[in-house]
Write a protein that binds this ligand. Structure first.
Ligand SMILES: Cc1cc2nc3c(=O)[nH]c(=O)nc-3n(C[C@H](O)[C@H](O)[C@H](O)COP(=O)(O)OP(=O)(O)OC[C@H]3O[C@@H](n4cnc5c(N)ncnc54)[C@H](O)[C@@H]3O)c2cc1C
Length: 396
């Protein structure tokens, strides 16, 4: 164990191992060299950073949480959260691309797939040779994901998929997509199943690419299925368990959105700390005003508290515990704190916070996704309430 050497505005809740320090340093150097110079260009053009994504694969960041024998880096959620935070402190778009690929698509296959399916898909995805997407949301079903309309009907040795998924991260670029579809409507959420669909399958294509407020270098697209036939063996997990498995996938996924929130908020806080020391008004650096210092103190304290919740969820997840409550709490708190921090960051920059020459403006736009994706704040509160009410038995 070693005391963190990297200078950041905030501290970690526990001492990192040498390997974790090394991982952070590598990602930080990479982000400064390969990501930072391009961030605004990608943002303005909504350009998917394909080359950088390929390099992240070479660094093992597209398979962080998967065992080495499946082509992964053999690390856990603590390392994964560190990685997402470091990337997102420079560009949240990279953070969400990595998150959707790792803890949604690849993890669904790893968690629910047969050994044959794991061997078939995980090594390609974990090494970064292939990119993954995960499709649950539909135009008519977001928070109420169990009311999905996309259907999968068994026909001989195939399943035939029809319907639309919307807002799917990496949708256009994914080689492998995991998709949830109705296999038996009479069974409600127990009538949904998961399927692996490969790029190029006839009847399957990416549709509208969304023009977004933030995270503009990430791709958010429709997935369209028109009499799309996939082999029977592409059913992932047991028939009827696709929704339940998706909820287990989201338990891990929400840790990544908490880490995405931490990264964006830290980037905004660090930019603010630099700015308030440079900017002079009334004859002194604005950092010298108590009103400014109190804002900074609140931002840093809330950020550290969010990191504590995130790391608690990650540590418990790595120890094999069910983390439904902990990951929802981390995601809820970190995302709402991050929105507040990015708002304050713009305020601290004054008029310069409103223009694109300074990074506060982009952090402010990017961060809003964090209170929406992988379940809105309202849905996290429902999940947390359900979990804590379970603990106390009802009377009568
Ligand atoms: C950039 C981006 C990337 C995304 N990536 C993916 C992806 O890769 N894969 C994927 O499957 N999905 C993805 N999504 C979809 C995302 O998960 C959904 O947008 C989100 O779950 C909310 O669903 P909705 O947009 O349909 O909102 P709605 O469910 O229509 O919600 C609208 C509002 O109503 C509130 N609300 C709904 N129900 C309740 C309730 N019971 N009580 C109180 N309030 C309620 C919500 O909190 C929200 O404020 C992405 C979305 C975005 C914007």
């Amino acid at each position: 164990m070693t005391v963190p050497q990297i200078e950041t505005a905030t501290t970690y809740p526990f001492l990192l191992t040498e390997d974790q320090e090394q991982l952070r340093r590598e990602i930080r150097d990479f982000a400064a060299r390969e990501i930072a110079p391009n961030v605004m260009r990608w943002d303005e053009a909504s350009e998917f950073p394909a080359e950088v994504v390929q390099k992240l694969g070479h660094m093992g960041l597209l398979g962080v949480i998967f065992p080495v024998e499946y082509g992964g880096a053999g690390l856990g959620y603590v390392d994964y959260a560190l990685a997402i935070e470091e990337l997102s402190a420079v560009d949240g778009s990279i953070g969400i691309i990595v998150a959707a690929h790792n803890s949604l698509c690849t993890n669904h296959i790893f968690l629910a797939g047969s050994e044959e399916q794991r061997r078939r898909y995980v090594p390609g995805l974990a090494s970064g040779a292939k990119l993954g997407a995960w499709g649950l949301t539909e135009p008519g079903s977001g928070s109420d994901a169990g009311s999905a309309r996309t259907t999968a009907v068994r026909k001989g040795d195939c399943w035939v998929l029809n319907g639309n998924k919307t807002f799917i991260t990496n949708g256009h670029y994914a080689d492998v997509s995991v998709v949830i579809a109705v296999t038996d409507r009479s069974q409600g959420t127990h009538g949904l199943s998961a399927f692996v669909v490969e790029k190029g399958t006839p009847g399957f294509r990416a549709g509208k690419k969304e023009n977004k407020l933030g995270l503009r270098a990430s791709d958010t697209s429709e997935l369209i299925f028109e009499d799309c036939e996939i082999p029977a063996e592409n059913l992932l997990g047991k028939e009827g368990e696709g929704f339940i498995d998706s909820m287990r996938v989201l338990d891990g996924g929400r840790i990544s959105i908490a880490a995405l929130s931490l990264g964006i908020a830290r980037g905004a806080l660090e930019a603010s700390l630099r700015y308030v020391k440079e900017r002079r008004q009334f004859g002194k650096a604005i950092a010298e005003f108590q009103g400014i210092q109190w804002k900074l103190a609140d931002m840093a304290t809330e950020l550290d508290a969010a990191r504590l919740l995130t790391q608690r969820a990650a540590v418990l997840k790595d120890a094999g515990h069910k983390v439904t409550r902990e990951s929802s709490m981390a995601k809820l708190f970190a995302s709402e704190v991050a929105v507040r921090i990015c708002d304050e960051a713009v305020q601290l920059h004054g008029g310069y916070g409103f223009i694109k020459d300074y990074p506060a403006e982009k952090f402010y736009r990017d961060v809003k996704l964090c209170t929406i994706g992988e379940g809105t704040s309202e849905i996290q509160r429902m999940v947390i309430a359900r979990e804590i009410l379970k603990v106390v038995p009802s009377r009568g």
